[in-house]
Write a protein that binds this ligand. Structure first.
Ligand code: ZN
Length: 264
């Protein structure tokens, strides 16, 4: 954890300090070494939030793009279950930065715990993920003249398959400062709709202090979702037309062969 309470103040880890865990109230000690980022750890080494993953520079860079009071938000559900969300925005979007592999059942329980969840996934952890993702992208088709959304099939991309069933908003981060890839619509073996999204824009859209109940981001989610689902409906209609034409042709050919035989 980046924060713990020290004398009632939310504080970052500093050498030789102890504090109180904001999630369970247990005692934590500051870990300030050279290998890992400065953090707080529970005395017995066991984290009270079993969803918590070891933080890397990547986590910290993302978290620090948001106000400190949004970071490490302790979330409690009606059953008293508590988890620390990496970021929670003023519009109640929880943003989780995921570096390591998540088992499907673990991912599902988090998808269910938070009603408005955004995953930002580290796409640089495995060597071939970026290559397989771009191969899928190149084989895909652009669905709109001015909106850069592509319809792609997962192909050999393990990363896409791993995130195919998440009902949450998923963004893949392949490093660099310019874009993250937003998985707009996804199905295990079926098509994905993806769009590049500017990384600064991703941060800005959540920081934007709008008084409205629905955030800019929510509007965008709805717009892009309907763009993808309309396109998919059209696409399936085309496929059916082609199929029924082929079937009709086949039947015509059969009848023609039959009548030709009869004439012999
Ligand atoms: Zn704790």
């Amino acid at each position: 954890m980046k924060y713990a309470f020290v004398n009632g103040q939310r504080s970052e880890a500093q050498p030789n300090r102890t504090g109180e865990c904001p999630c369970c109230g247990g005692s934590v000690i500051a870990k300030c070494g050279e290998i890992r980022v400065n953090h707080w750890a529970h005395r017995r080494g066991q984290n009270c939030d079993y969803w918590w993953e070891r933080e890397t520079e990547w986590h910290r860079n993302w978290k620090d793009s948001f106000p400190t009071h949004w970071q490490e938000f302790v979330h409690r559900d009606e059953n008293g279950e508590r988890h620390i969300a990496d970021v929670k925005t003023d519009h109640d979007w929880v943003i989780e930065f995921q570096h390591s592999y998540l088992k499907p059942e673990e991912r599902e329980s988090r998808d269910a715990f938070y009603s408005k969840l955004i995953w930002v996934v580290d796409g640089t952890r495995r060597k071939r993920d970026v290559e397989h993702f771009h191969a899928a992208l190149n084989k895909g088709i652009a669905i709109h003249r001015s909106v850069p959304v592509r319809r792609i099939l997962p192909g050999r991309s393990a990363l896409l398959r791993e995130w195919a069933n998440s009902p949450s908003q998923v963004f893949l981060d392949f490093g660099g400062q310019s874009v993250v890839w937003w998985l707009l619509a996804k199905r295990q073996e079926g098509p994905f709709y993806v769009t590049p999204f500017s990384r600064p824009e991703f941060i800005q859209i959540h920081l934007g202090a709008s008084e409205e109940a629905i955030s800019e981001f929510e509007k965008l989610v709805a717009d892009l979702r309907s763009l993808a689902s309309n396109y998919e409906a059209q696409f399936q209609l085309q496929v059916q037309r082609v199929r029924s034409k082929t079937t009709a042709n086949g039947f015509q050919q059969y009848l023609a062969r039959k009548s030709a035989r009869r004439r012999l």
